[in-house]
Design a protein around this ligand. Structure first.
Ligand SMILES: Cc1ncc(COP(=O)(O)O)c(C=O)c1O
Length: 474
């Protein structure tokens, strides 16, 4: 529909503006002078309020119009226009340099499609309000215990220790295991920085190794090569929802007397050999950040089958304070606690985790089907013994195509993410990589994460398909 349907003369009455809104169906009309210069905007809500205030339909509309309205400029790119929308403004006039209204832009959810979006349409609000109204809003309250027990049970572990985020979960686990100065901890090159940061916080030395070409996860051969007398732990990261080769990693750890701490931040529910990730090592660490499979806003959890470790983590999480003697501190601990409000959201999320995982898988299957003839090589989903989950729909495209694809998708308001920068490529971590990590460098340069929110429609995937073809054939 053209811009004309949005315009009313500055001379219009409230009745005429109302008729205009009735015809355009956009809940607003733009008041313009005879040179088409925009002088005000009126919404149906504004008119309703005028009538309720006792004004008549025959009164001039301009006196009630909003004159300091938001607008976009014709030269603005779609991203800039998008930023102008908020919960009140869902339609924007587009003005030329003389202030003449030449077009309009309407908020629609397809305009900005984010890579990830939490699905909060179950009991999240109800439980959150319950926690809030109970006044137990800090780190005591029924939801914490419930969330810990239920999430641990979902993973097949006997204990869960909720934390303030996934990074603190990793740090807590390492400290509880006694890892510190003089120890070496092997980490993959392709991961989020939190994995290596947690090691550095303890004073131990991280040792970066390359990843496998097929799974993108830490390469067991490279782990073996990196083991020294000082190696105390390995942190396999189940990256982008793909489980690591836990059979080989457990074997290596067992033979060399090395502890395993799994980083499962991106792989809730993934399995190796029918067993859920997080239960292979001494401790499994999860993140519940807003872009994760389930979220608590910020949040994390350590799971374990070891009662002693569970106890140690509970003490460390709570300032190192004794569980039997208040204000007596056994160790130098931290405040890494989760709040009851976060846990309330987590409990509601957990009720639907199986459905959420299924929906994400269905979405990934749709991507695979609609983009089957395109230049993308999707993440492997058929590796022996591994049952990946869909965190973000991920794949590789040619390195030279990727920036063009990012730009093309951004033009249409579709958000994408490249893969993590390899740790060994960053100045602050390079010193911890004694070997080249060619595989992770290649994957990182070609990797792309597609929008994986539950609201993604086939139409959006088809747009991505067309964008991909356009940039490949460019
Ligand atoms: C692999 C990995 N480890 C650790 C973390 C840290 O989790 P958080 O952001 O909750 O601290 C994240 C994600 O954010 C992650 O992707």
């Amino acid at each position: 529909m053209g811009i004309e349907i949005m315009k009313c003369s500055v001379e219009s009455t409230l009745e005429e503006v109302l008729k205009c809104i009735d015809v355009n169906g956009k809940k607003a009309a733009f008041l313009v002078d005879r040179n088409d210069i925009m002088v005000g905007i009126l919404t149906d809500g504004d008119i309703r309020r005028c009538l309720l205030d006792g004004h008549g339909l025959k009164e001039k509309a301009i006196q009630f119009a909003i004159k300091s309205f938001k607008y976009a400029h014709v030269a603005d790119n779609p991203e800039e226009v998008f930023k102008l929308f908020d919960y009140k403004v869902s339609i924007l006039p587009i003005l030329d340099e003389k202030g003449r209204v030449v077009d309009y832009s309407e908020y629609n959810e397809n305009m900005h499609i984010s890579v990830a979006q939490p699905q909060l349409n179950g009991n999240e609000y109800k439980y959150l309000m319950d926690a809030f109204l109970s006044t137990w809003i800090s780190s005591n309250g029924k939801y914490i215990t419930q969330f810990e027990e239920k999430f641990a049970a979902f993973c097949g572990a006997s204990h869960g220790v909720a934390t303030s985020n996934g990074t603190t979960a990793l740090h807590l686990a390492l400290v509880a295991l006694g890892i510190g100065v003089g120890d070496e901890v092997i980490v993959p090159d392709l991961t989020f920085a939190a994995t290596i940061n947690a090691v550095i916080y303890t004073g131990a030395t991280p040792v970066i190794v390359d990843v496998e070409e097929d799974s993108w996860c830490i390469d067991p051969d490279k782990i073996e090569e990196a083991i020294t007398d000082k190696t105390k732990a390995i942190i396999p990261v189940h990256v982008y929802g793909q489980p690591c080769d836990m059979e080989r990693i457990c074997d290596i750890a067992h033979r060399n007397n090395i502890i395993i701490v799994e980083d499962c931040a991106e792989a809730h529910g993934a399995e190796f050999n029918g067993k859920k990730v997080g239960t292979f090592g001494a401790i499994g660490c999860f993140s519940f950040f807003g872009n994760k499979v389930i979220t608590t806003g910020e949040g994390g959890m350590c799971i374990t089958n070891d009662t002693e470790l569970d106890r140690a983590m509970r003490v460390l999480r709570d300032h190192g304070m004794s569980k039997t003697r208040r204000y007596y501190h056994e160790v130098v601990g931290f405040n890494y606690r989760m709040t009851n409000m976060q846990a309330a959201i987590g409990c509601a999320q957990l009720e639907r985790i199986t459905d959420i995982l299924q929906e994400r898988k269905k979405l990934e299957d749709l991507y695979r089907e609609r983009l089957s003839d395109s230049a993308i090589v999707f993440q492997r989903n058929n590796l022996a013994k591994r049952k990946k989950i869909t965190w973000l729909v991920s794949g590789l495209v040619e390195e030279k195509v990727r920036p063009k694809l990012f730009a093309k998708m951004a033009e249409g308001g579709i958000d994408t993410r490249g893969f993590f920068t390899p740790l060994s490529e960053m100045d602050i971590y390079r010193q911890y990589a004694n070997r080249t990590c060619e595989v992770s460098h290649h994957i990182s340069k070609c990797g792309i994460n597609f929008p994986t929110s539950y609201e993604i429609s086939q139409e959006v995937i088809d747009r991505i398909h067309d964008d991909l073809n356009a940039v490949v054939n460019d």
